[in-house]
Design a protein around this ligand. Structure first.
Ligand SMILES: C[S@@+](CC[C@H](N)C(=O)[O-])C[C@H]1O[C@@H](n2cnc3c(N)ncnc32)[C@H](O)[C@@H]1O
Length: 257
């Protein structure tokens, strides 16, 4: 483990920056300021990929800012046992944290980029878990993909006292059905190869008509579709289904508004 106490250099600061859902203009003023102050830009990406978070801030970066690529060892559906996915990812995040710690220990501020918001299913959390007690850390919130998707759909998500549930499409089918039956509005994230399973559940619950599919919201290649029009074989990870709450038509629904 990198021992920054052995040096006399003042350690750098770790910034967990929410960079928004894809559109470079959907970064906050504060995240942009921290981004430009940082000597090192750490970002996650798949093998041979650029990474969505880096892509969305690239136009704001200077050449003298060092890029620190954290390349996932596995993306998509994990290989079957005996491959130990959890242990592999734990070791990967440990190694990422040490690479970032080395930079911080050398006195450099590190901006760790995260799509959407860093603390909402964000990959920054794994760095935060490992480094926030060792180094000065600041988290700057970002526009999360759920609200960005509602905006591109131009659909109100929840009215009045409606409940809103966020689910991962990776959950078992029966669990998805049980949870969705109890809510009035929902976002189902992490679709990819789980799309068909989620669509079946929504059809059974009579929610498929109201639901909308959004792919790569706010990015140049954004797609919006009714569920019936989606080809399950072409659903990427950067997509979600929103089930907006039913429109409020002016009736009294509770004592408290
Ligand atoms: C690991 S989570 C990251 C969430 C992110 N931290 C946030 O605040 O939105 C990844 C999931 O977010 C959703 N997602 C992220 N960006 C998206 C976008 N631009 N359009 C649609 N869904 C997106 C997808 O459901 C994807 O599977």
């Amino acid at each position: 483990m990198y021992d920054y106490h052995c040096t006399t250099v003042k350690p750098g600061r770790l910034f967990g920056l929410g960079v928004g859902p894809g559109d470079p203009e959907l970064i906050t003023v504060k995240a942009l300021r921290r981004l430009r102050e940082s000597q090192v830009i750490a970002y996650y990406a798949g093998p041979h990929k650029h990474g969505n978070a880096l892509t969305s801030v690239e136009s704001w970066l200077r050449d003298d800012q060092q890029r620190l690529a954290l390349i996932y060892p596995v993306t998509g559906r994990p290989p079957p046992p005996p491959f130990d996915y959890e242990a592999t990812m734990r070791a990967f995040y440990d190694a990422c944290a040490e690479r970032v710690a080395e930079q911080l220990g050398a006195g450099r501020d590190v901006a760790a980029l995260c799509e959407g918001d860093p603390l909402f299913y964000g990959s920054f959390m794994y760095l935060h878990d490992r480094l926030a007690e060792r180094f000065e850390t600041e988290v700057v919130p970002g526009v999360c993909s759920v609200v960005a998707s509602a905006s591109v759909l131009q659909t109100p998500l929840v009215y009045r006292d409606q409940t809103f549930l966020v689910l991962a499409g990776t959950l078992p089918e029966a669990e998805l059905e049980r949870l969705l039956a109890e809510t009035q509005a929902a976002a189902i994230m992490k679709l990819g190869s789980n799309f068909e399973k989620v669509r079946r559940v929504l059809l059974r619950l009579g929610l498929a008509e109201r639901a909308r599919y959004v792919e790569r919201a706010t990015m140049a290649d954004e797609q919006i579709r009714a569920l019936a029009e989606v080809d399950p074989a072409r659903v990427p990870y950067f997509s979600m289904i929103l089930v907006p709450g039913e429109r409020w038509r002016g009736e009294s629904i509770s004592d408290a508004d």
